[in-house]
Design a protein around this ligand. Sequence first.
Ligand SMILES: Cc1cc2nc3c(=O)[nH]c(=O)nc-3n(C[C@H](O)[C@H](O)[C@H](O)COP(=O)(O)OP(=O)(O)OC[C@H]3O[C@@H](n4cnc5c(N)ncnc54)[C@H](O)[C@@H]3O)c2cc1C
Length: 465
Amino acid sequence: MSGTTVPTVLHVLPHPGGGGEEYVRLLEKMEGFRFERMFLTRSMSPREAVLSVPGLSRRARDFDLVHVHGDSAAIVCLPALRRRPTVLATHGLSLLRRSHGVRGRLVRRALAAAVARSAATICTSQAEHDELRAVGGGADKLHRILNAVEIPDQADADDRGADRRVLDLEPSDVAVLWAGALQPNKDPLTFARAVADTGPPLVGLVAGEGSMRAELERTAAPNLRMLGHRDDLDRVLRASDAFVTTSEREGLPLTVLEAMARALPEQGTVIMLGGDILGIDLAYNLVDTGHRVILVPHEQSFWPHKVDAAERPRLFEALRGAGIEVVGEAPIERIEAGEEGAPARRVLLADGVELAGDVIMPFYGLAPALDFIAGSGVDIERGLLVNPELRTTDPHIWAAGDVCQIWSAEDNAYRFYYGWQNVKAMGEIAACNMTGANDSFRTFVDETLSVNGEGKLHSSFWDYD
Ligand SMILES: Cc1cc2nc3c(=O)[nH]c(=O)nc-3n(C[C@H](O)[C@H](O)[C@H](O)COP(=O)(O)OP(=O)(O)OC[C@H]3O[C@@H](n4cnc5c(N)ncnc54)[C@H](O)[C@@H]3O)c2cc1C
């Protein structure tokens, strides 16, 4: 024991910086503990990391708990910590996910041993939990504790204006932020190329340092700005209009959580456009979590349910009863940035109504991406047109899934059939028909939208788990 009544924790990080250190900073806010940090290497050198292990095992003796961050650190140092209770946290399983073949097998074996050796292994996402379970080492050791961030105060639009000026952003610029270490697994080059291809008024902001800086600078896109390492990322986020991540591997990225928390503050307002059945489900949740939701209706409201015009007022009334504000059906004229001192976005309707909100969410039904088949001669409309046997207008091509618009004699139109049960049935039918059968698709899915006894809307699609 450390000889003090305050429990002591040694955080072992592979290197300074990055999400791991931010994670530790948040943990260190817990009262009633004494924390110290140790880095296995300051120069990202594997040799330096291995050489630091004897020093680590000596230092660890003075702590009640050792908390090791990341799979590579776990493999390097857990065997040396036999006499200390040790917690392992995953942070993206970067080594495991990039190791294949013989190296992959060795890493899996070493990681399974590290998990078995730990008192507990914290998985920061469900995906990491599932992957580590498959690696072995003891499912009872694995605990799924999702990452979290501090929720910022209500966005102050005055500050946002000042933050944009500091970054030389014009009011008409659309600032898109990328933040992270400039290294291959984060793939900042894809972001830089997309920024260059899109051109102004989009301005790409890159916050971070790393080995790929020179390569990024060589893209020489005039609308790409390299901000370097920022201690005020919160302000850069506030100044930005959107956040983008391009990572090949992540745990549950803190930057994404921070961007989301910044976009929609506590008690903030969402302007929902259209309001298909996915959106309405979300709207209920947003109201339950204390947010304000304003719904701008559209003919796609309630998609994929087919709703008669006469039926719509009753359904909108049910939404109002649940606290969702439904405005009139005037078309949208413009969407623009909010004025200083007001929420970030404004929606102007043709009847003169102006709506202010922190976030705008369009929900106009799913629209499949058809670029891959456009120009091939196969007929498309909003989806890929198929007959009830799921054959496209090219007799050698069948299709299944959300991408299909299937001919319905009953509706005398091509229509979408939403939901995983339909999609699964389509896959089976298309496969059988390709191999000589002649089955027709018919939905078995209940498509009812109703208002229950308590006046609450209920969609049959919400029954699926
Ligand atoms: C937010 C949300 C919530 C949902 N909730 C429910 C629910 O509760 N219940 C329910 O039943 N259904 C739900 N659905 C619908 C359900 O997820 C879909 O019906 C189902 O996933 C469709 O399966 P699919 O295989 O056709 O398409 P997808 O699952 O979309 O798969 C298509 C795949 O093709 C890839 N792809 C696209 N273009 C190309 C290309 N050119 N080259 C290579 N790959 C390409 C895509 O990246 C994707 O991986 C939900 C959908 C969404 C978006």
